[in-house]
Write a protein of this length. Structure first.
Length: 108
């Protein structure tokens, strides 16, 4: 997706049996896709400013040090309207990957 990058510093290849640590960067003016999936995930913002949009369309400001819990099955996306990259850690259970996402028609 344009403006969004992901890397996996810790996952099954590193011997982690239960969780995958992913680091995302969203460029200014970009957003993650509006989506839902069956697993929960936890987010910790490392840098930048933005918004977390929930299933009801409510946008909550996020920034360095902010934590976000997203329950399984809940529609969500992250938005960067700032001038710097929005960088965050996103933890998911091992075995949970994008092909299991719940398709949603809405664009974030």
């Amino acid at each position: 997706m344009p403006g969004v990058s992901k890397r996996v510093p810790i996952g099954p290849e590193e011997g982690a049996p239960n969780f995958i640590m992913r680091v995302f960067e969203i460029s200014p003016g970009h957003t993650s896709p509006d989506h839902a999936h069956f697993w929960e995930h936890e987010i910790f913002v490392l840098a930048g400013q933005g918004f977390a949009r929930d299933k009801d369309g409510k946008e909550t400001p996020i920034g360095e040090g902010t934590t976000v819990f997203i329950p399984g099955g809940e529609n969500h996306c992250l938005i960067n309207r700032g001038t710097d990259d929005l960088r965050f850690i996103c933890m998911i259970p091992t075995g949970a990957e994008e092909p299991q996402q719940i398709a949603l028609p809405r664009v974030c």
